[in-house]
Design a protein around this ligand. Structure first.
Ligand code: GLA
Ligand code: ZN
Length: 683
């Protein structure tokens, strides 16, 4: 475990903007009292406070922030200090309009909103570095400073001339010659050949160029340029505060909408931060899916974030109650705040931090949930919920020195593949659903409390007994070779329909496709049939019939054996599920998309065969209860969470220490609706 933050406590607290209340010192004093009551030990300061820190160019005012540091330190509160680049002061945009972002249509934004600066502008970089340097000089040695929070939720893109020029340079560096570039983009098609580098332009609007390689390169460039901006931001911090770790708060996407945050390749970005942190806003009790189903998706998002560094991470933001931006801003039901907060800890988070500690009096987030609210202050249900979580985290303190138990199962997820698959003018746009497919494969493991790691193609596969690699449309020959070696060395692999179709340039594989992939799965794909939503096929496997939706690869086996066949259509009787044995391992191919009932049956037999199920001293009565384990060399912590409003029971096969009631218990135990229990046992 390498959590680089120097603390032995779980962090509890979050975004705090006293800069909005400087003319009311009484409010700030009251806030700190409330923080103490709620067992809040961390405040994140300075986000969006640029105009208070540098009211006019080169004139800084740190007096107020000094006082907040003092107040925090008096009561032992730790500080996460943010760099203010997420929103710029008016004077800066007025004097240097180039800092404002230009949209896809080439129009420069008016001043306003936030998160919308140009990430190339030398002036913006210079001004950001200048204020970051001042912050590092002034606060870098404060004992309370735990972590740098860089900017806020990087995302989006800028299409100004500076960004276009940077893109052109990026392209030139990658391809070296126009010949290589034209070949990679297949520019003979529709007369798109470039004859000079100056002709290279960002695709705008993205998706309307008809050049898939260009669209994809632009997305890759946006990630690289954002990281480049981030690196420029942290340069003075690395120089002056080399021992203070840095993070950038990533976004989770909205789990119920079945996608991840789309703009940036976090697998690349994560290599540049010292600890991963992310902002988690599941829309609990959303009315169209069960709490347990959303919990499964939220669990996956936590696992995805943890897997970026295969290590503990932080929840940088969450809400104590509602947000103000879901389509319907439902209140958390009693118990849900504790349920959702501890789910994150169970998956390896070392914090529960909120947006926001004190609700703003006006402007766009005045109705967003907060620890201290405009109406009723601390006399709210949410405040009590926050207090409860604060108390839980204190009782769990010893679990801080643990991390999630090692996973035997890895699911491959790749950003280039997601972008390329969505951009491919084939299949059906509505049903490609790469991330939802990953969720469907993950579901079985979540329901059976089997830890899963989400893998980048660059990760080492050899540590896993089972690798699942769904819909890997864009695959490099190197990765195909890696999969083959993994299986030969005794690994077990599951792949699906729509795999290995194009290379990393977005050019089609010819002939029978990737040789290593064919050898691994022991089959050749003849064609892919895309079904309309009302059309279905079925497959027979394990003496049962299962419905097929959306996609059917028609395949011909070479060395693979057939485990299931199609029931209908011109490919009736041909293989739909296969298994190939290759030296010491095996590779399964699911040629068609099924519902999760088939996946459950399929993974159940694999889980038995590969002994994937952890041996837990606790049994549960329903899959709506999840049991996650954090451990270290001496101790195991079992987080048992009920993701249903219905009370249930769990049975402890041997005496375990119940952390919250501080007693040793055994046998059948009641678990309340949305209830959480943590049990611990020495190893
Ligand atoms: C994001 C931002 C915060 C705030 C919250 C509201 O995560 O980082 O500044 O806007 O959303 O949910
Ligand atoms: Zn720009």
């Amino acid at each position: 475990m390498t959590n680089p933050i120097k603390t032995t406590e779980f962090l509890h607290g979050g975004d705090y903007n006293p800069d909005q209340w400087l003319d009311q010192p009484g409010v700030i004093k009251q806030d700190f009292k409330a923080f103490k009551q709620a067992k809040i030990n961390t405040v994140t300061l300075g986000i969006f406070a640029w105009d208070k820190l540098e009211p006019s160019e080169g004139h800084y005012d740190f007096s107020w922030l000094d006082e907040i540091f003092d107040q925090a330190e008096v009561q032992g509160t730790k500080i996460i200090l943010s760099t203010p680049s997420g929103a710029r002061p008016r004077w800066l945009a007025e004097k240097y309009p180039e800092v404002l972002r230009v949209n896809e249509q080439g129009q420069r934004n008016q001043f306003g909103e936030r998160h919308n600066h140009c990430f190339t502008s030398p002036i913006y970089r210079e001004k950001v570095q200048a204020i970051n340097r001042k912050l590092a000089e002034r606060y870098g040695k404060r004992p309370s400073l735990l972590l740098w929070h860089i900017s806020n939720e990087y995302g989006g893109a800028c299409y100004c001339d500076l960004c276009q020029a940077a893109f052109r340079q990026w392209i030139q560096k990658k391809y070296q010659t126009l010949g290589h570039l034209n070949h990679a983009y297949w520019n003979d098609f529709w007369s798109h050949d470039y004859t000079s580098w100056d002709q290279v332009q960002a695709p705008s609007p993205l998706g309307d160029t008809g050049v898939m390689g260009l669209n994809l390169d632009w997305r890759r460039f946006v990630t690289d340029q954002t990281i480049d901006f981030f690196e420029s931001e942290i340069q003075p911090l690395r120089e002056l505060t080399p021992n203070v770790p840095v993070t950038a708060n990533f976004m989770g996407g909205n789990p119920s909408e079945s996608h991840v945050f789309y703009d940036l390749d976090y697998q690349k970005f994560a290599k540049h931060v010292d600890i991963v942190s992310w902002d988690s806003y599941p829309n609990w009790s959303n009315g169209y899916e069960s709490t347990a189903h959303l919990a499964m998706k939220t669990a996956l998002m936590n696992d995805t974030m943890r897997s970026l560094k295969h290590d503990n991470y932080l929840i940088m933001e969450s809400t104590p109650s509602q947000v103000n931006w879901h389509p319907y801003n439902r209140a958390k039901r009693p118990g849900m705040h504790e349920m959702g907060s501890l789910q994150q800890i169970a998956h390896g988070a070392d914090s529960v931090l909120y947006f926001q500690l004190h609700q703003s009096l006006g402007a766009s987030e005045m109705f967003h949930g907060a620890v201290v609210t405009n109406r009723r202050g601390t006399k709210t249900r949410a405040f009590k919920d926050v207090q409860q979580v604060g108390q839980d985290l204190q009782q769990l303190q010893a679990a801080h020195a643990t991390t999630r138990s090692r996973a035997k199962v890895g699911i491959v997820f790749d950003y280039d593949n997601m972008w390329a698959l969505d951009d491919a003018r084939n299949y059906a746009n509505e049903t490609k659903q790469y991330w939802r497919t990953i969720q469907e494969h993950y579901q079985y493991f979540w329901e059976h409390d089997i830890p899963v790691e989400i893998l980048a193609t660059t990760d080492d596969l050899s540590a896993y007994d089972l690798i699942i690699d769904p819909m890997h449309f864009m695959m490099s020959a190197e990765f195909a070779a890696k999969l083959k070696a993994y299986v030969e060395q005794g690994g077990h692999l599951v792949g699906t329909y729509i795999t290995g179709v194009v290379d990393r340039d977005f050019l089609a594989y010819q002939g029978d496709g990737l040789a290593d992939l064919q050898a691994t799965y022991g089959l050749k794909v003849q064609e892919t049939d895309t079904l309309y939503p009302q059309q279905h096929n079925a497959l027979t496997a394990y003496h049962q019939a299962y419905q097929i939706n959306d996609y059917c690869d028609v395949i011909e086996t070479t060395t693979a054996e057939t485990l299931g066949t199609y029931q209908k259509d011109f490919y009736a009787g041909t293989p739909a599920v296969t298994k190939n044995t290759l030296e010491n391992g095996s590779a399964y191919y699911l040629a068609a998309r099924t519902d999760t009932d088939f996946l459950a049956a399929f993974y159940e037999q694999l889980a038995i065969q590969l002994e994937l199920k952890p041996s837990l001293p606790i049994t549960k009565a329903t899959p709506k209860v999840a049991i996650q384990v954090r451990e270290n060399a001496t101790e195991r912590y079992y987080f048992v969470i009920n993701f249903s409003h219905q009370p249930t029971t769990v049975t402890l096969a041997q005496p375990l220490h119940a952390v919250f009631s501080d007693q040793s218990i055994q046998g059948e135990q009641a678990l309340a609706g949305y209830g959480v229990q943590v049990y611990t046992m020495p190893k």
